[in-house]
Structures are given as structure tokens and as C-alpha cells.
Design a protein. Structure first.
Length: 156
């Protein structure tokens, strides 16, 4: 199959402290993670017209055609996670770090590559010293600029 290029919004997410959670309770963590995917993450991605490109044990890479849809999806996932974690002790919470970028990507055999993907892959890591109990969603400067222009255009 031929590689193609396109502009896309990319969301990357992983679980904060996944190794610790698995070490403490592998079966329980995996069961809870499966439930979160079924009940929260997958429906939100579908609702906002995203496409799961790949998953890892604790993470996923998602493509959107709209940065607004990607941001809404990330925000709604983090809100649902915060609500779900409210009654869970801090050492057992499953919390996602999420990063967003808009960029040119290469698509080949259903997978995505390129700088637009590489930038978001490191963008979702939290800033040193940031509270581990606060949902994290990082976005690149390009995402922020696109969103600002959309907000100002809607007010005009």
C-alpha cells in the first residue's frame, strides 16, 4: 500500500504509574482498565469521530480530523476519569496523561508516522513536579493557536 500524507489532530494517552499499579494488583488493574476503555474511552473517541490507530498495554494513539473534536474528547475523558476516581484511594486510581498535536502525518497500512505523531508522543508527559493527582492534558502550541482562532472567529 502507498503511503499518503494528511493533516490530522493526534491524541496520545497513557496511564500514569502503570507499572506501579500492575505490580500492586495486575488482575484488578487490567480489569479496571478494560472497563474504562469500554465505558469511557472508546465511546468518547467514537462520539468525537476519532480513530484508534494503535494501543499499548497502558496507552493509545488516536487520529482525529478536527482539533476541536480531539480536545473535546480529551477533556471529556479527563472529566469522566476524575469523577470515576473520586471515591478511589490515590494509590489505586487510574489516571491518564493525554497529549494533543496537530500536524502533517504519514499514513501507511492503517498506521501513522511522522513529526505530527512524534511531537505528541512526548508532549503528554507531565511537567516535573506537577501533581500526579490532577488530570493532565498537554497540547502543542499549534493546537493552542488553532483553538484560539476558532474561539475568536465564533465571537465575531
Amino acid at each position: 500500500m502507498m503511503a499518503t500524507r494528511r493533516l490530522a489532530a493526534i491524541l496520545a494517552a497513557d496511564v500514569e504509574g502503570y507499572s506501579r499499579l500492575i505490580g500492586a494488583d495486575e488482575e484488578g488493574t487490567l480489569d479496571r482498565l478494560r472497563s474504562i476503555r469500554i465505558d469511557v474511552i472508546d465511546p468518547k473517541i467514537s462520539e468525537h469521530r476519532g480513530r484508534i490507530v494503535k494501543t499499548t498495554g497502558d496507552g493509545l494513539l488516536v487520529e482525529f480530523t478536527s482539533v476541536v473534536d480531539a480536545l473535546r474528547c480529551a477533556s471529556e475523558i479527563q472529566t469522566a476519569m476524575a469523577e470515576g476516581n473520586a471515591k478511589i484511594t490515590a494509590d489505586k486510581r487510574i489516571e491518564f496523561r493525554i497529549g494533543l498535536n496537530v500536524g502533517d502525518i504519514v499514513v501507511e497500512d492503517g498506521d501513522i508516522f511522522g513529526d505530527g505523531v512524534n511531537v505528541v508522543a512526548w508532549k503528554h508527559w507531565p511537567i516535573q513536579g506537577e501533581s500526579a493527582f490532577r488530570p493532565v492534558c498537554r497540547r502543542t502550541q499549534r493546537v493552542s493557536s488553532t483553538l484560539r482562532s476558532r474561539i475568536w472567529a465564533s465571537r465575531a
